[in-house]
Every structure is written in C-alpha cells, then in structure tokens.
Ligand binder design. Structure first.
Ligand code: NAD
Length: 356
C-alpha cells in the first residue's frame, strides 16, 4: 500500500492536541508529541506515531496513567531509585534523566533506576537528553513480561526486545548515539512490515514450530512464533543482562510465567548510568575518541558502502524527513485515525496529508 506524507510540525501539533484531549497536561502532551515524532524523523517508525493506537488501548484499560510524577523510592546521592507509577514513559524517563543529569553534574556520576514505567519509546532519545547536557551515558531496558524473543538455541518467545543505548557527547559536534533492540529487529518493525504487506528479512523470525519464517503475522496471529536475538549468543547474552539490570536491579520485575501481561500496557524498566566526562581523570578523552573515529572512518569502504558513526543514519534521516515530510503507511494512519476517534478527538484536528 502506498505511503502518505505528513509535515513534521503538523504531525507534532496533532499528537500534542490528541494527548491534551485525552487529559495530559501541556507539558506531558508536548513531551509525548516531541518523542513520537522524533522517532519517525530518525527513521524509527516502529516507535513513532504508530504507537498511538496501543497507547490509547492501554489508557482505556487503565494500564497507562496520565500526568504521573516519578516517585523517589531511594535517594542515595549518586544512586537514585524511582518508580514511574505506570506513567507515560515519554514523561517519566524525561524526569528520571533530568534528575540523574543534575546529580551527575554534582557527583560526577549518577546511577538511575526507573521501574514500573509505561513504554519509554526510543531509548536513544534519553541518551540524547544526557548528551545534550554534556553527559556520557549507557542504558539497559527490559520489556517486563513480554515474550516475543526466543533465547539463543530456543524455539519459543521468552523475553522482550530489551533495548540497549549509549551516547558519547562531543562539544560542537553531534553526539555518538548507539541505540538498538537486542532482537534481530524491533517488534514495531514487524508491525510496520505487516501493515505494509511486506515480509521481514530472513534470519529474524521463527514460527510456532521453531522453523525460520519471513511472515510478520507470526507475531500477531496465534499460533505465535518469535523473534530471534541479534548476534546469536552475544545478543541473547546482552538481552539477559538488560532484563536483569532493568527488571530486577531497579526493583521492578522480570519476565516469567507469573508476569505475562494481561492488558495492552507495555511496562519498561530502565537502568541508566550517567557520567560527567570532565569528572574522570581523562583530559584527552575527546581527542582520543576523535582519533579513533577518524582512524575507523579511514577504512576503505566496501563497494557502494559508506562507514557511518553510531547515530549518523538517524541524523541524516531526520534532516531528510524534516525537509520532505514523514512517510506513514496508510494502514498505520487508518489505525491512528480510529484510535483518535475512540478518544472522541474531532476529525477537524487531523493534520493535512499528501500522497507520497
Ligand atoms: N522501549 C522499548 O521497549 C523498546 C524495545 C525495543 C526497541 N526499542 C527501540 O526501537 C528502536 C529501533 O531499534 P532497532 O534494533 O530496530 O535499531 P537498528 O537495528 O536500526 O539499529 C540502530 C542503531 O544502529 C546504528 N546504525 C544503523 N545502521 C548503521 C550503519 N550502517 N552503520 C553504523 N551504525 C548503524 C544506528 O545509528 C543506531 O545506533 C530503538 O530506538 C530502540 O530503542 C524500544
């Protein structure tokens, strides 16, 4: 099905108005709108406006709570344990990072554990928030109770797509931002492929018998198959660590038979380490990082290829989509319109769309 295209500003103001209509404060609606549209701008449509129908369902079932202020469970200076109270992750994670950045500016480092938050979206957004304040950071997330990913050498889903992110700030230059799901591809990318009527690449999915498949509906229709971890046993190992740091060490919960979700809510745990680089005894850190990157980028590229820094593909996509508009597949757009209508949002508030 062909895409439609929507201007980024128009889309952001629609998403803002939608969540204001649902009951979010201006601040929360602005954070959610900025985050979702930024995910589309960076090319991660899986975590952009396509999440709206799921969030509307979670809201109507009581699994997503609007306008939550994170509660401080433990404040030990450079260690901060927070409860997101099932609030919008686009707000709770912003609050958690803000608190952690302030602490890291004072103490050199802050470990922030945020449990029990609703879906915090594109994890790199939070690493970018830290980098914008000059902070280096890394982040582990679990998708508590979700079972779309099979263990390495297993044949059924046992954990979620548990993303990892890290960012390195560079004064006067964009930060390096690594941000990925530990599954071969994100669940949202399977949803986008299904909505577009496309197959997913080989090596990403198994069906309910454990056999390889490229059919995205194996994740949406019973009998369910599963995603495979990225990088074989290594991606599996990283997913396990994400689950334990973000699900267990935060005081949240991990995925097992007793924690399978019964509603549309997506509950994340977030374990972040935020570091003020100048607090380390490493005056040459930027120079060393730059020298390494230059060295790496001087490798002769494979035919027709280009060597990108982590975060560079997203930056290029952001610029292109700011200039040309954001493509949205018509099935996803139809689902968003239905969700808006369920909230009683007026049709006149929908943004103008054009054909791709
Ligand atoms: N909140 C949640 O529960 C949750 C769960 C899973 C995933 N996610 C999010 O889903 C999003 C998508 O994840 P994904 O696994 O599909 O990402 P992906 O496979 O597109 O990988 C993205 C990362 O790889 C880098 N990259 C991409 N192409 C590159 C190239 N050619 N050379 C060098 N680097 C390159 C990017 O800069 C980025 O750091 C992420 O933002 C992630 O945080 C969130």
């Amino acid at each position: 099905m062909p895409d439609i295209v929507i201007n980024a500003d128009a889309l952001q103001s629609f998403v803002f108005s939608l969540w204001r209509h649902a009951g979010s404060t201006e601040h929360e609606a602005a954070l959610v709108a900025e985050h979702l549209v930024m995910s589309n701008l960076t090319g991660h449509d899986s975590h952009g406006i396509g999440m709206i129908p799921r969030y509307v369902a979670a809201l109507s079932e009581g699994g997503l709570r609007l306008n939550q202020t994170v509660s401080v469970v433990k404040d030990a200076g450079a260690l901060l344990t927070l409860d997101g109270l099932r609030g919008f992750g686009q707000s709770t994670a912003w609050q958690a990072m803000k608190l952690g950045i302030e602490r890291a500016k004072d103490s050199g480092v802050c470990v922030v554990a945020l449990r029990n938050t609703h879906h915090l979206g594109r994890l790199g957004h939070w690493a970018e928030q830290c980098a914008a304040e000059g902070m280096a950071s890394f982040h582990f997330v679990n998708v508590a109770g979700h079972t779309q990913v099979a263990p390495w050498s297993g044949t059924d889903g046992r954990f979620g797509t548990n993303p990892f992110s890290a960012a390195w700030p560079r004064p006067g230059k964009p930060p390096l931002v690594l941000d990925f799901a530990t599954s071969s591809i994100a669940v949202g990318k399977v949803r986008v492929a299904r909505n577009k009527g496309q197959s997913v690449p080989e090596g990403c999915l198994i069906d309910h018998t454990g056999a390889p498949t490229t059919d995205p509906s194996t994740l949406t229709q019973s009998p369910f198959g599963a995603l495979l971890p990225f990088g074989q046993h290594k991606g599996f190992g990283l997913a396990v660590m994400c689950e334990i740091f973000a699900g267990a060490l935060t005081g949240g919960y991990t995925t097992h038979a007793d924690t399978r979700p019964t509603t549309s809510a997506i509950i994340n745990g977030l374990f972040s380490v935020i570091i003020a680089p100048e607090a380390m005894d490493a005056p040459d850190a930027q120079q060393q990082a730059d020298a390494f990157l230059q060295w790496v980028k001087e490798s002769p590229p494979a035919p027709g290829q280009h060597i990108y820094e982590p975060g560079e593909p997203e930056r290029l996509c952001r610029q292109a989509r700011l200039d040309q508009g954001i493509p949205v597949d018509v099935a996803t757009w139809g689902q968003i319109q239905q969700a808006a209508s369920k909230l009683g949002f007026p049709e006149s508030g929908l943004p103008q769309v054009r054909e791709a």
